[in-house]
Ligand binder design. Structure first.
Ligand SMILES: [Fe+2]
Ligand SMILES: [Fe+2]
Length: 235
């Protein structure tokens, strides 16, 4: 079968096309309000609240966060590649293939940093709250709308925001790698915005997108809170 892509949804154009449907913007605003709260009132729900003093993270904290991020990139390869098996929307299929290539590069680059620090992903176990969010939830999403709403819209916007706050705490070589990764995550967010704008036509579809996207805000805060508890115990 030949994929036919409308110009606005080809991989080349996603990152430069910044228009998406109003309902998508409304979902994003709701999620952002949730995260604003995490960055101000509920600091235990943020990896690095912006008002904390900017100083390099200790090695133990750095390895713990890097292990999580490397694990996340690896899991993204696995769950997105499973989604491909039942993605009838050919433009979404092609864009998700690009995303898998990006996530596999991210995994490879971050794993290299992890190993250079003397650590190994094999020795790291995700907390149950992290598994529930990354493996169970993302791994069980039923269709393109729920997947793109949950992971690309909600998950990737969270990654973009977290990375920006974490960046100043990282060593220069890792900062350089993160600056290569960040535009890719923005691309994944943008492709989610546009696929949802295209395929959510009915009220039911829009409500489904909102339902799955907002679940991420809760799962993410529970996972980050548990992660911060683990970090506090390490310190
Ligand atoms: Fe990534
Ligand atoms: Fe991504």
């Amino acid at each position: 079968m030949t994929a036919t892509l409308s110009p606005e949804l080809s991989p080349e154009n996603v990152s430069t096309a910044y228009t998406w449907a109003a309902f998508v913007q409304e979902i994003e605003s709701e999620i952002e309000a949730h995260r604003d709260r995490a960055f101000t009132e509920a600091r235990e729900q943020a990896f690095a609240p912006p008002e904390t003093e900017i100083k390099p993270w200790p090695k133990e904290r750095l390895i713990e966060w890097l292990s999580f991020q490397t694990y996340y990139e690896y899991q993204a390869i696995l769950f997105i590649s499973r989604w491909l098996q039942d993605t009838p929307e050919t433009d979404a299929l092609v864009l998700l293939c690009h995303q898998i290539e990006d996530e596999s590069n991210h995994f490879r680059w971050l794993n290299r940093h992890l190993e250079a620090m003397g650590a190994s992903l094999q020795d790291w176990q995700p907390l149950p709250e992290i598994k529930a969010w990354v493996e169970t939830f993302y791994g069980s999403l039923p269709d393109t709308i729920s997947r793109l709403a949950a992971h690309n819209l909600a998950g990737e916007s969270g990654a973009c925001r977290s990375f920006a706050s974490i960046l100043p705490h990282l060593p220069p070589d890792l900062q350089k790698t993160m600056r290569k990764i960040m535009p890719d995550e923005q691309f994944h967010l943008n492709l989610g915005r546009q696929i949802l704008s295209r395929y959510c036509k009915t009220d039911e579809q829009k409500a489904r997108a909102r339902h799955y996207a907002l679940q991420v805000a809760d799962l993410e805060s529970q996972a980050i809170t548990a992660f911060n508890r683990k970090l506090a115990a390490l310190a």
